[in-house]
Design a binder for this molecule. Structure first.
Ligand code: MN
Length: 481
């Protein structure tokens, strides 16, 4: 377990101008409040509080978040009151602890609708402060790491919930490292036999692939060492869960799953990312169709990198991701990497507003949804689909899932535009309302006053937003159930 002193010195390392005294106080407060409690493992309860705070420090969260991590179970599990926390630690920290407590109070009974309903309420209730969700994720991570001490039925329920809700959420927040960790932990409890099998096979294969990876790495290093672009090279390994999913999806045994080697090149500036890409493509044969530029068009969850696959001299396909240090941090820690502006020691991130925008937008969509089923579907859709970037005639870009139609676009522009939509002009050509939009399309929606949504639109629209708006309109007029 991390000590109080370790935690504070690690926090101060990235927040030199913040007085860490509240962390010290919060630690002592939590230790005292939980004094008579222990974890299922038999460890003193404070070990859990410390582990949660430690994750938050790993993710470089701000002072109130770290304090809330230490205090997160005090209201729920001890005699501590909200008023007490407010008096001792102030409004902000008390509010964060209360937010986490509210989430904990929601019981996810079933795997499906009821769970999604609670989940949705939770998100809506806490959307005001994303830090509540980040603290909750740190809490869940430690609970997953200590799941072995619980009863088997409880273990399975919590693992299933983590897989269905928390792993996708961390993905959505761009916290990829956490997502992989949660998935592999859940996997080990949900499918123990498959997990053990893949793990032993991966370990066995590792020795061999490590040699090949090292060879490819050395080749790339040699090519790059000639130039004067700063660059460090990291090896990348697949998670056990992603291998399992691939086996399921492709219906292939482990042995037939292609073991692509992965390498990350990390440099200082965006210009150098493209420079590195140029060097790599000059010296190695790129595999056609594998290049994707997530720097000029980031994913919805803010992920940015250049992706390409090349062939090494030995004929191995090597997946390469090129990014700056900042992008690397973002992709490991996601939204948490952007949260520090509040500490005041750093200039406010100029893009922060933009970065937070998608989250707000997402929350907005959720509010429009009526049933848990719709919500669950939308969550899946929004997570799994690839994206297209479509422009309004004025040059404003709308991000839509792949396969989105002009109807989705119309509703993305404005609900009233969607409702009065009678046609669409894409790249100066009239198209049907089921026309799939592509990235770079310029789309103009034709509206007519008094025109209204049709029932068959529900089959034409692909996005959760458009479908829920259409359904809402039809339902209000009794045209559907
Ligand atoms: Mn907890």
């Amino acid at each position: 377990m991390t000590s109080r002193r370790d935690l504070i010195s690690r926090f101060s390392a990235y927040s030199p101008h913040v007085d860490p005294l509240p962390i010290e106080l919060a630690w002592d407060f939590a230790e005292k409040a939980h004094a008579r409690q222990s974890r299922a493992s038999g460890d003193p309860y404070i070990t859990h509080c410390a582990a949660v705070a430690e994750s938050l420090v790993d993710w470089r969260m701000d002072l109130p978040s770290v304090c809330a991590g230490l205090l997160h179970d005090t209201i729920e599990d001890t005699a501590t009151t909200e008023a007490q926390l407010r008096a001792e630690f102030g409004e902000e920290i008390a509010m964060l602890v209360l937010g986490v407590t509210k989430i904990d109070a929601l019981k996810f009974e079933s795997r499906d609708d009821a769970q999604a309903e609670n989940w949705r309420k939770m998100l809506l209730a806490t959307a005001k402060d994303i830090r509540v969700i980040v603290v909750k994720l740190a809490d869940r991570l430690h609970n997953m790491k200590t799941l072995t001490y619980l009863r088997p039925d409880k273990r399975e329920r919590i693992a299933a919930e983590t897989m269905a809700l928390y792993a996708p959420l961390s993905h959505r927040l761009g916290m990829f490292k956490l997502k992989s960790e949660l998935e592999d932990l859940s996997f080990s409890y949900l499918h123990p036999a498959e997990f053990a099998e893949i793990k032993s096979k991966v370990d066995a294969r590792l020795a061999q692939s490590e040699k090949r990876l090292e060879a490819a790495r050395a080749e790339i290093e040699k090519v790059l060492s000639g130039g004067d672009i700063p660059c460090r090279i990291l090896a990348r390994t697949k998670t056990l869960w992603s291998i399992y999913k691939k086996m399921e999806r492709q219906k292939k045994p482990f042995e037939e799953i292609q073991d692509a080697l992965g390498v990350r090149l990390i440099t200082d500036t965006v210009a150098n990312c493209y420079a590195l890409l140029g060097i790599v493509h000059t010296h190695f044969r790129p595999v056609p169709g594998t290049f994707t530029d997530y720097i000029s068009t980031p994913k919805l969850n803010l992920y940015r990198s250049l992706h390409t696959t090349i062939l090494s001299a030995a004929g191995d396909a090597v997946e390469i991701q090129i990014r700056t240090e900042e992008m690397h941090r973002s992709s490991e820690y996601g939204i948490a990497a952007h949260w520090r502006y509040k500490t005041g020691e750093q200039a406010k991130d100029a893009n922060l507003e933009e970065k937070m925008n998608w989250l707000r937008q997402w929350m907005e969509w959720l509010q429009d949804l009526n049933s848990p089923r719709e919500f669950l579907d939308s969550l899946k859709t929004d997570l799994e689909f690839h994206q297209v970037f479509v422009f309004t005639p004025a040059g404003e870009v709308k991000v839509l899932p792949e396969g989105a139609t002009p109807l989705d676009f119309a509703y993305a522009v404005h609900t009233q535009v969607g409702e009065a939509c009678v046609g669409a002009v894409v790249n100066n050509k009239m198209v049907k309302l089921d026309h799939p939009l592509k990235s770079g399309d310029i789309c103009r929606i034709v509206t007519r006053k008094g025109s209204t949504p049709k029932k068959d639109w529900l089959t034409l629209a692909r996005t959760a937003r458009a479908r829920s708006k259409i359904r809402h309109w039809l339902r209000e007029r009794g045209l559907i159930e």
